[in-house]
Design a protein around this ligand. Structure first.
Ligand SMILES: *[C@@H]1O[C@H](CO)[C@@H](O)[C@H](O)[C@H]1NC(C)=O
Ligand SMILES: *[C@@H]1O[C@H](CO)[C@@H](O)[C@H](O)[C@H]1NC(C)=O
Ligand SMILES: *[C@@H]1O[C@H](CO)[C@@H](O)[C@H](O)[C@H]1NC(C)=O
Ligand SMILES: *[C@@H]1O[C@H](CO)[C@@H](O)[C@H](O)[C@H]1NC(C)=O
Ligand SMILES: *[C@@H]1O[C@H](CO)[C@@H](O)[C@H](O)[C@H]1NC(C)=O
Length: 342
């Protein structure tokens, strides 16, 4: 049985609205999400001794999330990740997006889905959020209706993303939780053991845009098909961290894509998804300057993200799985996070 309760998390400045918090509790998992950005503000699971710890980075107060931050826990859209030069062409028409990442557009633009208030509705075992993205918002074509649904059953948190547009638009929704299975605020994730079920990955250029090649992982540092300890793996390949898309099957079926375990606490996170890709990111850009929950700071490599998603820059790469949503179609993707013990 999952209980779902609601209360007020905070107020947006300038009377822009009240941010509500929804607490989803099962026997094994306690999750909290807020109506601003559909952000997961807290996610607690038990270690092997039965002690609950909060595994996601974030803030105690709404100002943390309205200020500039690295998208902690938020839903990212309309298009997560980078679009080269903020430009794309759909049906012969050129579109220009706001540039907010070097020469590129990233994570939906200046005010993406992580920075808007969503309309919440409590449902069985969870909460559904709705947002209407206006035609032309952040430069994107079409009025887009979006539903993000969190449900918690036992040890599994499921995130479903659905959207409909009245004009052809690129779309790529993900959420962006920063995890540390030792508990948020732990200094690094080097003692986590990682495996990702991908035979291919996407090499990137020096602005992090995929070159277009779909490269085999075999014989590279991207071969995570067998579990590796993250710290020693990074060291042996002289890697500064991961921020790469791993290619999963392009079928709509739910497939397991990653498993991360933390031997010390016994915690295991298993991710499965209908999406064709997963971005594995080791928080390379955190620098300890943000003050997070309970006064914790978040240095480089103090968390990891597994962003299930369409492939980066797909809108400019015809041989990548299409990221376009046409009128009359429905975007419908599901990602499951299962928390277990070794
Ligand atoms: C989509 O809906 C918006 C808002 O109603 C409208 O302004 C726009 O013209 C519509 N676009 C198309 C292609 O129908
Ligand atoms: C679990 O309990 C044992 C015995 O008290 C202790 O040695 C161990 O450190 C605990 N593990 C964790 C992850 O807290
Ligand atoms: C989304 O949220 C869940 C629950 O916190 C988390 O496990 C997952 O890593 C997040 N990321 C993606 C890409 O869905
Ligand atoms: C979708 O998001 C992922 C992850 O953020 C990104 O790598 C990919 O480029 C995006 N897809 C498209 C079509 O933009
Ligand atoms: C979304 O897709 C899933 C299968 O992946 C299906 O079970 C579900 O009914 C779909 N939802 C809607 C509203 O079509």
């Amino acid at each position: 049985m999952t209980s779902v309760t609601r209360d007020v998390f905070g107020q947006l400045l300038g009377g822009e609205g009240t941010v509500e918090r929804f607490c989803l509790h099962s026997k094994e998992v306690r999750a909290e999400v807020i109506s601003f950005g559909c952000i997961i503000t807290r996610l607690e699971t038990q270690d092997r001794n039965g002690t609950f710890s909060d595994l996601v980075l974030g803030f105690d107060v709404i100002e943390g999330y309205t200020n500039k931050h690295p998208y902690f826990g938020a839903v990212i859209g309309r298009v997560a990740n980078r679009i080269a030069n903020g430009k794309f062409t759909v049906k012969g028409k050129d579109y220009r997006l706001a540039i907010n990442n070097g020469p590129n557009s990233i994570h939906g633009g200046l005010k993406g889905f992580d920075k808007v208030l969503w309309a919440p509705k409590i449902i069985e075992n969870g909460v559904q959020f709705f947002y209407k993205s206006a035609d032309g918002e952040e430069g994107y074509p079409g009025e887009l209706n979006v539903w993000v649904t969190y449900t918690l059953i036992g040890r599994t948190l499921t995130v479903n993303y659905r959207a409909q547009s009245n004009n052809t638009t690129p779309i790529n929704l993900t959420n962006h939780s920063y995890f540390n299975l030792a508990g948020q605020g732990s200094s690094n994730v080097y003692d986590h053991v990682v495996s990702i079920d991908a035979d291919h990955y996407l090499p990137v250029d020096d602005t992090m845009i995929p070159t277009g090649e779909v490269a085999p992982v075999l014989g590279t540092c991207f071969d995570l098909r067998k579990p590796v300890e993250l710290g020693s793996h990074l060291k042996s390949f002289h890697l500064d961290g991961f921020d790469h898309n791993f290619c999963l099957g392009v079928t709509q079926e739910q497939k397991q894509c990653a498993r991360i375990s933390h031997p010390l606490s016994g915690r295991v996170l298993t991710v499965s998804t209908t999406q064709p890709g997963v971005q594995f990111y080791t928080a390379n850009f955190l620098d300890g300057s943000l003050k997070g929950k309970a006064g914790k700071v978040y240095p480089k490599h103090s968390a990891f993200c597994l962003e299930t998603q369409g492939w980066p820059d797909a809108v400019n790469k015809p041989h990548f799985p299409s990221s376009l949503l046409n009128p009359g179609e429905e975007y419908n993707h599901t990602t499951c996070f299962e928390f277990s013990l070794i």
